[in-house]
Design a binder for this molecule. Sequence first.
Ligand SMILES: Nc1nc2c(ncn2[C@@H]2O[C@H](COP(=O)(O)OP(=O)(O)OP(=O)(O)O)[C@@H](O)[C@H]2O)c(=O)[nH]1
Ligand SMILES: [Zn+2]
Length: 372
Amino acid sequence: MHQVERAIFDIRRGLPILLRDEEQDILVQPIESVDDGTLERLVATAGEAPGLVLSRHRLALLGQPIEAETARLSLDKPSSLDARHLGELAFGVDVPGTTHPVVSASRADHAALTLMRRALLIPAALTARVASGSRALVESLVERGELLAVEAAKAERCFEAASGLLKRVSEARIPLAEAAQSRFILFREPDGLREHVAIVIGEPADWREAVPLRLHSACLTGDLFGSLRCDCGEQLRNAVADIEAMGGGVLLYLAQEGRGIGLANKLRAYSLQDEGLDTLDADQILGFGEDERRYGVAVDMLAALEVRRVQLLTNNPIKITALIEGGIEVTDRQALYGRLTEQNYRYLNAKAKRAGHMLEAVLENYERPSRD
Ligand SMILES: Nc1nc2c(ncn2[C@@H]2O[C@H](COP(=O)(O)OP(=O)(O)OP(=O)(O)O)[C@@H](O)[C@H]2O)c(=O)[nH]1
Ligand SMILES: [Zn+2]
């Protein structure tokens, strides 16, 4: 899979890549790095006009609902090849709908968006078929190492490649303010791209049968800086204290910043929320679904720690289902709250009302300050 990981680095740097497929090879340019220069180079190299591959979430906003995960907008008129226009189509907040014809995405188009997600970029890309007259040029770029070629089928499986063979890399005793006897164990995904940490509180030999467990998704702003926009930092510290009080257990600190969309996109989403959108609608503007997290890695970490039965600290029903589907027995669920404040009320309310988080108990008792 080395080529796939290299491709992820290239697209994060804003470079185009070549996806090879039986149907047809395509050149892929991430939307985030499209400017008039990259556009011109893409067309000149491919010898064909590109199309814009978007997620179904974004297409729904453009008034083009589709069943598949991705589809392609044909950019048939040369005037549509304008970097600003393409950016507006892909992640602009004003979405007037589109007159560009929607065509189904090829396997390589779909693989291109899977790579964008794995690279934590906006899930949108320009893709151009390589015209027969341009093949020699493209192959010479690949040969000279100026363009990276990857098999679409492998790119498509880049998320799967992250699960399964987690590497247990290192560990150390780290006494915490709320739990003196704690051990941090670092796991690295097999493709080397992300690392997750298991914090083992207490001694496994002393744990009750069902291990108290918290799955915590990283939130740099909340966990580290105490952002008031969310409740993550308090939940994190409360979870450590609760697990300690329960006699020990495990906290998995998962590299799933921003519900899996990454910090760059979470900051974009916060700016959109400042314009009045709620947390889920803001993510949809950027082309993401309600929750982009996958929990296979958490299941793999539990397997490595030989934890099979858990008492889960969460308000999120998806986490419960994901563990059960991963073969973990969830004997009990315990609520875990942070403090509700004027700044995080809208966020938590949206999670409860629109994503089914079990937060009624806190929301019901909260009186919003009046603004007179
Ligand atoms: N995209 C996005 N992510 C956010 C926003 N606010 C917080 N997050 C992220 O949401 C995630 C919250 O993680 P958790 O607290 O583990 O999960 P949860 O879904 O709230 O579920 P429980 O806390 O277990 O009930 C973190 O990855 C945060 O970075 C937001 O406005 N937009
Ligand atoms: Zn947070």
